[in-house]
Ligand binder design. Structure first.
Ligand code: NAG
Ligand code: NAG
Ligand code: NAG
Ligand code: NAG
Ligand code: NAG
Ligand code: CU
Length: 673
């Protein structure tokens, strides 16, 4: 009893000491559960909430004004920028964009959006739509005709974009799958059955049952270890990672500090992880220098290549239509992330504005994958061997978002050498359709994909991950430069005695306006640089960072194809815009059924000046995906990405003075995986 009283007293003292404010420590911190709930109350207590059906579609941090934030960062005694939330809610079929001041629970503005497009549907709307077929007689009859156990039919909402029609309704198709004999539901679609619904009214608008093709077999589709039968593949021995001295990073609120890096890890329902204020400590200058003001995956566009009635609408914009953060899943210790990982939760708002906890959606860990950071052996000194090696150790922030069938692994990896490596990994299961064929020699029509197993076609498609990268290389004002390598023919002349016929030289081109920086993948080699034209290294090179591209596939769909109007920016590997607080998402704000009039491709047509200004890079990591049999029934991870690498940012190798890690003695360690 006494102990309990003491505890209460201590709690009371603690409560009195902690400032009575629900605002978090850092202006960029994601909304806390208490903030989300207070935003809900603020909106509900306004005239919007009075007893009518209000649905919340997005609740997130309203980006603080950049100059205000930078000025606060340079001097913490100044007042931080006001903490505000951005809310998208719907009421009476109208979209309200609401800005709420979190510190005093007031509504700063409430604007009705009058343009095209709809916000992300709520999970309640999707659940209600998914339930519709089960009380719809024609659908039940279709299931009966196919001799299906209706209790094992699972349905899912597929949003339908804009295809040129004058449409007032929020339309989706409901596609159903058969969970019989397998949990890999996507491998068993009810081919030919298509339910069209109105997401506002939650009613069925249309129903079709046309094609009668056999449903692919359940056999061989399950991926769970418990469902596999011998023989099994060779097994590797367990391993683990032991850090007896603990991790070398610290997580202070949402600020993460590790080795020479410091950055803020935010979270957003739409885009998932947001890396802000990434800066690197320069040993020689004894200060942190800014690299990335903000970076996140702005959109993930996945168009499929079957244009039939049943498939044409599968042209997904996963961030704008579903929410990458909202679809983040808990990560499994030792498998999704190594044993030394630390896990972090996230919070989003539900349909009623209530806060929902998403557990363990981030993991942060140090990685030592056996790679070499740098090395050299002097082999030419007679009688002596000089050798120096450093193992590569990096820090990874990971989130996995599962949008229906696909699992997307999103990694941000920080290296001591100053590089930031951004990787995406595609895994999960393919989207397939049922066909009558059991062998390729029976196929006479265009099936738009690969026969993966009997009666199963994996349909061709693309994945375009478009990253927003507001680089601030040693300050906000930067320029984008192409350092082109051009072949030079050596001219025969009196002055040249060289037997060489050619070499290459570097021709740099500074992009003056947006048009200069709309880059398609090109055969002409070039380094893509962001430099600070106002700063130089000691020997006079412009301080910069380089973007080293990876999977550079860009869209090859026709420009006038409807989804491609919205995804027009995927025709380019890279675009550069001047910083503009309201230009955040490549396909625009409201993506579902947008007409594509507010996209990155449209913004850049203004051809604004981008030289020696605060600029934003939009880089697309693309994959053209022809399915292969190995992708069935679950796909081994396919990775791609890009690297931001210092290029004349430091005066010399920034990891020259990194000492090797202390040796680890851990005699009692038992490996577990
Ligand atoms: C920081 O800001 C405060 C308040 O605006 C001001 O009084 C102070 O001089 C500033 N300090 C520096 C180092 O600029
Ligand atoms: C060759 O060298 C001479 C003398 O050094 C110089 O005047 C001339 O411009 C040079 N020609 C070329 C083609 O570089
Ligand atoms: C910022 O972007 C929006 C949307 O493209 C545009 O309407 C606005 O004029 C831009 N502001 C400036 C200062 O360019
Ligand atoms: C963009 O602006 C530059 C400089 O004003 C101009 O030279 C160029 O032709 C413009 N490009 C387009 C596509 O408008
Ligand atoms: C290893 O095990 C021994 C005996 O159980 C114990 O005394 C010792 O503290 C352990 N060492 C470590 C590093 O855990
Ligand atoms: Cu794919």
């Amino acid at each position: 009893m006494a102990l309990r009283a003491l505890k209460s007293l201590l709690l009371l003292v603690f409560f009195l000491l902690v400032p009575h404010s629900i605002s978090s420590c850092h202006p960029l911190d994601p909304l806390t559960p208490a903030e989300i709930n207070s935003i809900r109350r603020t909106v509900e207590h306004s005239q919007l909430g009075s007893n009518r059906k209000l649905t919340f579609h997005y609740v997130g941090l309203d980006d603080p004004d950049k100059p205000g934030l930078l000025s606060w960062l340079s001097n913490h005694t100044k007042t931080p920028p006001p903490r505000r939330a951005f809310v998208t809610a719907r009421l009476d079929k109208q979209i309200h964009n609401i800005i709420v001041d979190i510190s005093d629970n007031t509504i700063i503005s409430d604007r009705i959006y009058g343009g095209y497009g709809y916000p992300i549907p709520t999970s309640e709307e999707e659940a209600a739509a998914n339930a519709l077929p089960f009380s719809y007689m024609p659908f039940l009859q279709s299931a009966k005709k196919r001799k299906l156990d209706i209790a094992k039919v699972v349905c899912e909402t597929f949003l339908v974009g804009w295809f040129g029609e004058r449409k007032e309704k929020r339309v989706a198709k409901i596609r159903c799958f058969y969970r019989h004999g397998t949990d890999n539901i996507y491998m068993r679609p009810l081919q030919g059955v298509l339910v069209t619904v109105d997401l506002d009214e939650i009613v069925i608008l249309g129903f079709k049952d046309r094609i009668r093709t056999p449903m692919p077999k359940a056999e061989g589709t399950d991926y769970r270890a418990s469902k596999q039968r011998p023989p099994f593949a060779p097994r590797t021995n367990g391993m683990t990672i032991v850090q007896p001295d603990g991790p070398s990073f610290t997580i202070d609120g949402h600020m993460i500090r590790w080795a020479n890096w410091a950055f803020h890890l935010g979270f957003d329902a739409r885009v998932g992880p947001i890396i802000s204020l990434a800066s690197i400590y320069d040993v020689d200058k004894d200060k942190y220098r800014s690299v990335l003001y903000k970076g996140y995956l702005s959109e993930l566009y996945v168009p499929y290549m079957d244009v039939s009635d049943e498939w044409y609408y599968r042209t997904f914009f996963d961030a704008g239509e579903h929410g990458l953060g909202q679809c983040a899943v808990p990560l499994e210790p030792t498998r999704d992330c190594p044993s030394n990982a630390v896990f972090i939760d996230g919070y989003v708002a539900g349909q009623s504005g209530n806060s929902i906890k998403l557990s363990n959606i981030f993991c942060v860990f140090e990685r030592s994958a056996g790679d070499i950071m740098w090395r050299h052996t002097e082999t030419e000194i007679p009688g002596e061997k000089v050798r120096e090696v450093r193992a590569d150790v990096s820090l990874v922030v990971r989130m996995v978002t599962v949008i229906g069938n696909y699992d997307n692994v999103l990694d941000w990896e920080f290296k001591q050498s100053g590089s930031i490596k951004v990787m995406v990994g595609l895994t999960g299961v393919l989207e397939v359709k049922g066909v009558p064929y059991t062998h390729t020699n029976q196929i006479r029509e265009n099936v738009h994909g690969t026969l993966l197993a009997e009666n199963t076609i994996g349909v061709n498609h693309d994945h375009f991950f478009t990253y927003y990268l507001d680089l601030d290389i040693d300050g906000p004002d930067n320029s984008f430069i192409k350092a082109k390598m051009q072949t030079v023919r050596v001219m025969k002349g009196r002055n040249t005695s060289t037997p060489r016929k050619s070499y290459w030289k570097v021709v740099t081109e500074t992009a003056k306006t947006e048009a200069d920086a709309r880059l398609k993948p090109s055969l002409e080699p070039a380094d893509l640089l962001v430099v600070n034209p106002n700063k130089m290294t000691k020997v006079g090179n412009h301080i910069g960072y380089r973007l080293i591209g990876g999977s550079q596939a860009t869209s090859i769909l026709s420009d006038d194809d409807y989804p491609q109007i919205l995804g027009a920016y995927t025709k380019y590997e890279l675009m550069v815009t001047p910083y503009n607080r309201s230009e955040k998402w490549a396909p625009g704000e409201f993506v579902h059924q947008s007409h594509g009039d507010d996209t990155l491709a449209v913004w850049t047509l203004r051809n604004r000046s981008i030289e020696n200004r605060d600029i934003v890079l939009w880089y697309t990591v693309g994959f053209h995906h022809i399915p292969y049999q190995e992708d069935f029934p679950v796909m081994p991870t396919l990775s791609g990405g890009f690297v931001l690498r210092p290029s004349n940012f430091f005066d010399n190798n920034p990891v020259l003075k990194v000492l090797p890690s202390k040796p680890v003695h851990w005699p009692n360690c038992t490996a577990h995986v």
